[in-house]
Design a protein around this ligand. Structure first.
Ligand code: NDP
Ligand code: MG
Length: 395
């Protein structure tokens, strides 16, 4: 039995993680569940899965949670709830399904405690990589043991495609037989919209994703293509890749989750129906494959298309490559400035097209940082958010 701590259990990935645990209950145990504010759903989940520990970050929700629980688990309250739930001694696998940078400290602590982490959250992987002095890919401990299992479907695909390949030592991709990895992107709801019309995009429009049903932040990021930009940075961190080894291709059907281009000309692709529970199950049951809970991929009438991304209309991709070329401070600035700009957009305080302008503005500022400690990168994060927020159309 694997003891699992689900950080962000009430969100889109968290709920789907619990679907997998429900289906594979003879092998997987929800040992701890943690959320921010949704006490009602957290209590409902706890009453079903009976975890030993329940964490809630928003202290004001404690009484509601306590009142709705039908048993007496240990309850952890306050902003460190995710850190504490991820660091529990009895936990074998920590699922990072918290949204945004909020997941960072919890996985930094879980890693420090040498826990195996399965992360859907890309922002916190980018931050985690920046504080590590060892140049190894994030996916492995320096000794070669697995440290992180990717849940993000693209990274899970890359991992599944290279895992066990005798030519790839420790998944160190660019030292071996890999020409590049190819991340697929759905393109989001506005991919074919003329740029002149894109300034009228409302929050409501942007929250309707054609393929995936996800949390607010990642849905907006999918519409701007910042999600793919973050995945470029995430892939670089996880697999130890330079910017010239990462390609992006638009693939609206989201059936091919990503590809690996080998130097001998062969390209491997990983396919399944677009359902995150496929990647989540792979991480939860790793290293074994267990019977699917997702639908079978039907090839009887399947048309797949691929095209190059439009980096003029969607600057998020170009800016991500710029951040990766610098590779030290700019990945943090890119991530933090985007999060701040998305917060303004969802509050109707900035336009859709201004999100990338705010990020570019923050990236063009000067940051000083001698060594990449947690305090130092959180200071860069704070400054980048201030710059992204202060941007005005005239600057
Ligand atoms: P959601 O917004 O749906 O869920 C976020 C979860 O995090 C909620 O449970 C929320 O609790 C919890 N949370 C937020 N802040 C804290 C905190 N400080 N402490 C503890 N819990 C907290 O997001 P998604 O599930 O869509 O995404 C989660 C992550 O996975 C993101 O980083 C995203 O990029 C990534 N991802 C998501 C995919 C998807 O299909 N959804 C696909 C690939 C990656 P509450 O409900 O109480 O607010
Ligand atoms: Mg993804």
């Amino acid at each position: 039995m694997k003891n699992i701590s689900v950080l962000g259990s009430t969100g889109s990935i968290g709920k789907q993680t619990l679907d997998v645990i429900r289906a594979k209950g003879n092998r997987l145990k929800a040992y701890a569940l943690c959320a921010d504010s949704n006490a009602a759903l957290l209590a409902e989940q706890a009453n079903e899965f009976m975890p030993k520990v329940v964490g809630i970050a928003n202290g004001e929700k404690y009484s509601e949670l306590k009142e709705k629980l039908s048993y007496s688990p240990e309850i952890i309250v306050g902003k460190n709830a995710a850190c504490d739930c991820g660091g529990l001694d009895e936990v074998d696998l920590v699922i990072n399904a918290v949204s945004g940078v909020a997941g960072f400290e919890a996985i930094a602590l879980a890693r420090w405690k040498r826990k195996l982490i399965a992360s859907a959250n890309k922002e916190s992987l980018i931050y985690l990589k920046s504080i590590l002095t060892n140049p190894q890919p994030l996916i492995h401990w320096p000794c070669g043991d697995l440290a992180i299992l990717p849940i993000d479907s693209e990274q899970s695909a890359i991992f599944q495609l290279i895992e066990g390949d005798p030519d790839i030592e420790n998944n160190m991709l660019d030292r071996n037989k890999i020409e590049s990895i190819i991340l697929t992107a759905s393109g989001g709801p506005f991919y074919n919209m003329p740029i002149e019309k894109m300034c009228d995009i409302t929050v409501e429009d942007a929250l309707k994703h054609p393929t995936w049903n996800m949390g607010k932040k990642i849905t907006i990021d999918s519409a701007t293509l910042f999600n793919k930009g973050l995945e470029i940075l995430e892939a670089a961190c996880l697999f130890g890749l330079k910017h010239d080894k990462i390609e992006v291709v638009i693939h609206p059907q989201s059936v091919v989750h990503s590809m690996v281009r080998f130097t001998d000309g062969n390209v491997k692709a990983l396919m399944s129906v677009p359902d995150m529970r496929g990647a989540i199950q792979y991480a939860l049951t790793y290293p074994r494959r267990r019977r699917r809970i997702i639908d079978r991929l039907d090839f009887s009438n399947l048309n797949l298309s691929f095209s190059a991304p439009d980096c003029e209309k969607f600057p998020a991709i170009r800016l991500a490559y710029d951040a990766l070329r610098e590779g030290r401070i700019l990945p943090i600035v890119y991530t933090a400035a985007n999060e701040a700009a998305v917060e303004l957009f969802v509050k109707n305080q900035t336009g859709f097209l201004d999100i990338s302008k705010r990020v570019e503005y923050a990236m063009n500022k000067t940051y000083t940082c001698k060594s990449m400690t947690i305090d130092a990168i959180m200071n860069i994060d704070r400054l980048a958010r201030i710059y992204a927020t202060e941007w005005r159309d005239s600057v």
